[in-house]
Structures are given as C-alpha cells and as structure tokens.
Design a protein around this ligand. Structure first.
Ligand code: ADP
Ligand code: TRP
Length: 441
C-alpha cells in the first residue's frame, strides 16, 4: 500500500467507496461505482474497500461470502486498481469500524433509519427485518467517517445513506465538540456520475443482483452475447424509427460509448435499425472493452494468497495510521476513559482552545506571500506563493469565515494538504464564530 501520510499532502481530496461482495458485480455496479473509484484512485487520496460486514446482512452462505469477496478483489485488480497506490482493504479487517458504528448508533434517531428507502425496499423484497439490515446505514456511516472522507462515489440509490452519514457526523460533532468547537468528523458528500447513475437491466428495471436482470462484468463471451440478445425491446420492426428514450439497450450502449458513437446510435435508432443489429452493435462495443479485462481477471485466478496478504497488510497500516488514533480520540471524547484519571478536573476551555490549529501568513525568501494551516509542528495545509499579500490574506479570511467548505474553491491556491485540514478549518471557524458571538452577545 502507498504511504497515505505522504499521499495526503500531494492528493488533497479524500475519496472512499465500498462495494458489497453480495454476488458477482454487474455492469451497473461498474458504471455506478467501481469505474469512478478506480479513476479517482489514480488522482486522489483513495480508500476503496470490500464491504463484507455489510454483505453479511444478505448472504447466509459462508462459502459464497468468501468467494464473492475474493471475486470482488479480483474484479478491482483486473479493472486496473493499483493496490500499492491507494488504500484497498477489506472492511472486516478493521474492527474499529464496528466500534465506531456502535458509537454512532448512540446518536442515531430511530425515525431516520425507519425512513430509509433501501431498508423499506429490502422489506418489500421479503427480507427478514433484522437489526443488521435496519442498522446498515450506521455501519456505512462508520466506513466513511472513520477515514474522514470528503467524497463518496456511489450510484443514485446510495445518496440517502451518505446524507445520513453527514447527519450522524454533524450530530456527533455538535454533541461532543462543544464547548470548544472541536470537529471530529468531516462532512462527506456523494459523488454521482449523472448519465450512468442508474443503469437498466435486461428487463428495463434497475440492473440489480436482487432482480436477477444483470449483465455480469466478466461474463464469458458467449454468455455476454446471450444476455445482450435477451434485453427487452418493443415490437417495432426493422425500418421503423425507434425511441432512444426509455430504451434499456440505448442506455447501456451510451454507458460504454463515446459521444460520437452515441450520436451514431441515436441516428441509427431514428433510421429504424433492427433490434438484432442494435444488439449486435451493443455486444461488440461491450466485448471490445471487456475482453482484455476478462483475460486479466482469469490470470488472477491463481493468486488468492497474494491478494489475501495485500488486503491484510493494507488493513494493518490503516488501523495504525487512522482507525486506532481516531477511536482513541473518540473514546476520550465520549468518556470511555482511563479510570485512573477519571477524577481529574475537566480541561479548561481556554487550554483546549489554545490547542486549535493556526492559520498563518508569511513571506518567503522568494519574495512571495504564503499562508499555511499548522497544528503544532504539523502543517495541514500549505498555499502556493502569491505575488500580492492581499491574495494570501483573502484566503485566510475566507477560511476563517467558511471553514473547510472553502477548500474546494481554493484547490488552485493550495500546494499541499492533509486530509485533516477540512476538519481543522471547521474547528477554527467554530472558534471564530463563538468569539464573534461572545462579543456581540
Ligand atoms: P445491487 O443492486 O446489484 O445489489 P449494490 O446495491 O451492491 O448492487 O450496489 C453496489 C454499487 O453499485 C452501489 O454504489 C450502487 O449504487 C451501484 N449500482 C448498483 N446497481 C446499479 C445500477 N443499475 N446502475 C448504476 N449503479 C448501480
Ligand atoms: N451500501 C453500499 C452499496 O450497497 C456499499 C457500501 C458500504 C459503501 N459502505 C460504504 C459505499 C461506504 C460507499 C461508502 O453499494
């Protein structure tokens, strides 16, 4: 695994995403989540994982769960994920995730979980209403918050879960961050690719393992062809113009095709392409993309021990660098403390406030003006050099006013940033707000 500490400085945005090993992934999973994850892992501080704790809510066959987990790891590797360039891990190797989920569940209103669409959906599909399914979003929030991710690339159906994670983070920050404005968690955002947010399956409904209407990502060639030829279409004959709107076949094509190819397919629909020809074109397009990957996937067949070792090593490093220190802070914050010190007077507010990170403006030997955010000796954020001191000053003022929310606007002015910068800026903003309030109030 790459050194996340070093990467954090060079790669400002932290993204995190998990896929459940609850079946063989399909092209909906690929376009809705995996492809984005892989692309982002090349340029961000990326955390990508196998959500096997989550899959336990639906997979009751131990052998299957293990097979699907290995399959998913191979999928990612075949698709080009570099396990040395990002944090690629298995959720169940991080028991801190479960501990955090419990802590979060103590600030989770039941009503919020009851309104959860995916839970209702699972009930409608006849799953037993057990606690694991019900608490699913809390575990998912723990996945995201344990690494303080900024962006979570997912399909549209997961947006509500990300919003819930934000909500839990805010509640926790509010409950335990007072009175000194300490921020424990960054508020995460969903990242959605609009045109493929929901890919249709063979029957035109959302492609989903639970509807049995999927095209598996690495289906053998013959099976791929058979599946594509079984996509439902209307009864229009060759020569009759066809609607692209609402056509599963067209949407699937669009997901793989370039803008030019899509335009050509649109024209062919208007010209009355026969369904058989359209399906053949779709098959050729998908197969062209998938064939080399299929080969890589098959090559990985012989390497389960290497995969297992990589996942474990990555988890050990992640626990050490992130999960263990975070849980230590959280335990202290909620009062799960060293009892030998339990009788001590609480730290005075001033002392803690003095420990806030600091935004500093300064001039370097190169004559340029800079600002940085430092927490003691640790530099959390470092600007580029500005010719004019006002430019550096304007950013400092904006960060004081807006906190971490100003980070995305400041990307071009920042030379290096750690993942903790957002939370630290939020903490500064709170302290600033409180100071202003106590002056006026
Ligand atoms: P499934 O519905 O097949 O069980 P999951 O719920 O495991 O799929 O979803 C895994 C990821 O793939 C999620 O981020 C989800 O939003 C995305 N995803 C699932 N189905 C689709 C689809 N048909 N189109 C786009 N993205 C999808
Ligand atoms: N719930 C997600 C899904 O079904 C999988 C998941 C678990 C996840 N934890 C996550 C996705 C954290 C993103 C971030 O697809």
């Amino acid at each position: 695994m790459g050194d996340q500490g070093t990467h954090a400085a060079a790669r400002p945005l932290r993204i995190l995403s998990g896929v459940q090993p609850s079946g063989r992934p399909h092209i909906g999973n690929y376009f809705g989540a995996m492809r984005q994850n892989i692309e982002l892992s090349k340029r961000s501080d990326a955390f990508i994982f196998i959500a096997d704790y989550h899959a336990l809510t639906t997979i009751r066959e131990p052998k299957k769960l293990a097979e699907y987990s290995l399959g998913l790891a191979k999928d990612y590797l075949a698709l080009g994920l570099d396990p040395g360039g990002c944090a690629f891990y298995r959720q169940s190797d991080l028991p801190e995730v479960c501990e955090l989920a419990w802590i979060l569940s103590t600030v989770t209103p039941m009503g919020l979980l009851e309104r959860c669409v995916s839970y209702k959906d699972k009930m409608a599909k006849g799953f037993a209403p057990d606690h694991g399914l019900f608490a699913y979003p809390v575990l998912m929030a723990a996945d995201i918050l344990i690494f303080n991710a900024h962006k979570v690339p997912v399909g549209r159906d997961q947006i509500q879960h990300i919003e819930m994670a934000r909500d839990f983070a805010q509640r926790f920050n509010h409950l335990y961050g007072e009175p000194v404005g300490k921020t424990f968690f960054t508020l995460p955002e969903a990242a959605i690719e609009e045109h493929v947010a929901t890919l249709p399956g063979l029957d035109g409904r959302k492609m989903s393992k639970s509807y049995d209407n999927t095209i598996p990502l690495f289906a053998p060639r013959e099976q791929l062809k058979k599946l594509i030829f079984s996509i439902v279409t209307d009864s229009r004959a060759p020569g009759e113009a066809k609607d692209t709107e609402g056509s599963a076949l067209f949407q699937l094509y669009q997901a793989f095709a370039s803008a030019e190819e899509t335009a050509a397919m649109r024209a062919a629909f208007a010209d009355g392409i026969g369904w058989g020809d359209a399906k053949q074109t779709l098959f050729d397009r998908i197969d062209r993309e998938v064939a080399p990957l299929r080969e890589r996937y098959n090559d990985l067949m012989a390497k389960p021990a290497i995969i297992e070792e990589q996942l474990r090593d990555n988890a050990v490093a992640l626990r050490e660098r992130h999960a263990t220190p975070l849980l230590r802070t959280l335990r202290e914050a909620v009062g799960l403390r060293d009892l030998s010190k339990a009788g001590d007077a609480p730290k005075v507010e001033k002392e803690q406030a003095a420990a806030l990170p600091q935004l500093k403006q300064y001039r370097e030997k190169d004559g340029k003006f800079y600002f940085k955010l430092a927490d003691g000796d640790v530099v959390l954020l470092q600007s580029i050099g500005f010719e004019n001191p006002k430019d550096a000053g304007a950013w400092v003022a904006r960060f004081r006013q807006e906190g971490g929310a100003a980070l995305s606007a400041a990307v071009a002015s920042i030379a290096a940033q750690t993942a903790e910068a957002g939370a630290a800026l939020d903490a500064l903003k709170r302290a600033e707000d409180e100071r202003a309030q106590s002056k006026t109030g």
